[in-house]
Write a protein that binds this ligand. Structure first.
Ligand code: NAP
Ligand code: MG
Length: 505
């Protein structure tokens, strides 16, 4: 028996095998709960339930207004339980309670609200004018794909769950979601709350905690699935694409990044330093769109680097549940070890970091200092260094000098990734010219990290395929069907296109 349950076909249930695995608070090592360890059989059962709910249930034939109302009921459930969800999120994943409240839970409910609005307002039919065929009428229908699966990472567990579930349901699909194994709790809790409130027909939403290698692979490969959406590493994204190719499923991928935050010489240095530090160190750099390469114009370079070093030293590490804490632990000891390996590599490639470069010596009683890593800055980095090219997914910033705007754009684009980026400048025209030339999915000018469900989000190059959020993220869950109607129901003369044959039929 576990404290949390899988949601399959409207039932809260244990894994068929009865197996569980622990979820812990990384700051203390304390076990929070045992969660069910779903296997392939559970995944298949969930997919079958989603298939039945789509093919035979009431969900797909509901009006957009009805589906919108259902999503708004989920918004209400999130709002009614927001404090509990935020605390659970922070405890399970190590992100601060501030992040959990302001980004995860608020962002998740806002995603449901946005997609409810789109379900209510976006047309599911567009009439086409100007057919080249004289007598035909033409229109396009937007239809749900069917069964949509989602596999998500551990850095924003609740908001990622909402980004996958909300647009799928809003467009009339059914959904099967797998959270990351480090952080399954808030997705399972949301499933439980929605089930207890009796909001959805059985099988419309299914949530499974369990290993990526079995459950995740089944969600990407199973032929009953019509679309799969993945957020996580580029390596696993490649695997998802291969698995989905078996039945040519629609795929959305949101993958890694190594985004450039460009500081032009006309920037307000104080404001730009805040944008660079927040752009890198928020959630310990465990953010796919973090601006982990700060490109700084040479004429302001020394002053700016001193400012960064001074400010970064003031970022506080501590208990993530304390509202005063800036940074909690990283998600797991293995992630700290990855960061440590990259910092060692940086020492070889670049030299000593100007701040950080180690775990903290000690923290308050009860906290395991070994689970934390200090904000770390390498200055004078060459963009070809591995620490500037590879995603570290930890609190490590590379500062790279440049001479002019063309060189800044060239360095920014010299990456396999293209998820996001920033331009900090006092000249909005110049900043927008630079932004337009960056090969990346989002650019924040004089800001960073501001993601809103109303704006599309996703990557160029190896950062992904497709977009989530915005109206684009709704259309990503809708098939497009063109219907051509010849209103002349008899007589062959009006069948203009038969002319392409010789006339023998
Ligand atoms: P990950 O290893 O790719 O895991 C992501 C998810 O995929 C987890 O649920 C994982 O399950 C599952 N998974 C692992 N192997 C799988 C397989 N063979 N088939 C199907 N699913 C599989 O990434 P992570 O370490 O959790 O997250 C960090 C990475 O995600 C970073 O590279 C970051 O850039 C990226 N990320 C990107 C975005 C974005 O929007 N572009 C957002 C957040 C994170 P288990 O947990 O059970 O292993
Ligand atoms: Mg945990």
């Amino acid at each position: 028996m576990s404290d949390y349950k899988l949601l399959i076909d409207g039932e809260l249930t244990d894994a068929a095998s009865g197996e569980t695995f622990p979820s812990t608070n990384p700051a203390t090592g304390e076990k929070i709960a045992d969660v069910p360890k779903a296997g392939k059989d559970d995944a298949v059962r969930a997919i079958e339930a989603a298939r039945r709910a789509f093919d035979d249930g009431p969900w797909r034939s509901m009006s957009g207004a009805e589906r919108g109302a259902t999503l708004r009921a989920i918004v209400q459930v999130i709002d009614d339980n927001a404090a509990e969800l935020a605390e659970l999120e922070a405890r399970d994943g190590g992100g601060t309670i501030r992040k959990a409240q302001l980004a995860d839970v608020a962002g998740g409910r806002n995603a449901f609200e946005w997609f409810a609005q789109l379900a209510e307002t976006q047309p599911d039919r567009i009439d086409l004018e100007g057919s080249p065929f004289p007598v035909s009428e033409n229109y396009v229908l937007f239809e749900p794909y069917g069964v949509c699966t989602g596999v998500i990472p551990w850095n924003f567990p609740f908001i990622m769950a909402c980004w996958k579930i909300a647009p799928a349901l809003a467009a009339g699909n059914t959904s099967v979601l797998k959270p990351a194994s480090y952080t399954s709790l808030t997705a399972l809790r949301l499933a439980q709350l929605v089930t207890e409130a009796d909001i959805l027909p059985p099988g419309v939403l299914n949530v499974l905690s369990g290993p990526g290698g079995t459950v995740g692979e089944e969600l990407a490969a199973n032929p009953m699935v019509d679309k799969t959406a993945f957020t996580g590493s580029t390596e696993v994204g490649r695997r998802i694409m291969q698995l989905a190719s078996g039945t040519i499923k629609a795929v959305t991928l949101e993958l890694g990044g190594k985004s450039a935050n460009i500081v032009l010489d006309d920037a307000d240095l104080d404001q730009a330093a805040a944008a660079v530090l927040w752009g890198t160190f928020m959630h310990g750099g465990q953010v796919c769109e973090s601006g982990t390469r700060a490109l700084v114009q040479r004429s302001i370079y020394d002053d700016f680097v001193n400012l960064l070093a001074d400010r970064a030293g003031k970022i506080s590490l501590g208990d993530q549940l304390d509202m005063e804490t800036d940074l909690g632990p990283l998600v797991d000891r293995s992630q700290v070890e990855t960061v440590e390996r990259y910092v060692a590599l940086g020492r070889e490639e670049v030299g000593e970091p100007i701040v950080g470069g180690s775990r903290p010596d000690a923290l308050a009683d009860g906290l395991d200092a070994q689970a934390f890593y200090r904000p770390t800055i390498f200055a004078d980095v060459d963009n070809s260094a591995k620490i500037a090219q590879e995603e570290i997914f930890g609190p490590v910033l590379c500062v790279i000098p440049f001479d002019d705007d063309d060189q800044a754009v060239a360095i920014a684009n010299d990456s396999i990734y293209g998820l996001a980026g920033g331009v900090q400048s006092g000249n909005l025209e110049r900043a927008q010219d630079v932004a337009a030339r960056m090969r990346t999915g989002t650019v924040w000018i004089n800001d960073y990290h501001l993601i809103d469900p109303k704006r599309p989000f996703g990557g160029y190059k190896e950062s992904g395929i497709g977009r989530e959020l915005g109206t684009q993220g709704f259309d990503a869950y809708r098939q497009v069907k063109h219907i051509h109607v010849n209103p002349e129901t008899s007589g062959r003369d009006n069948h203009f296109h038969y002319a392409m044959l010789s006339g023998n039929i």
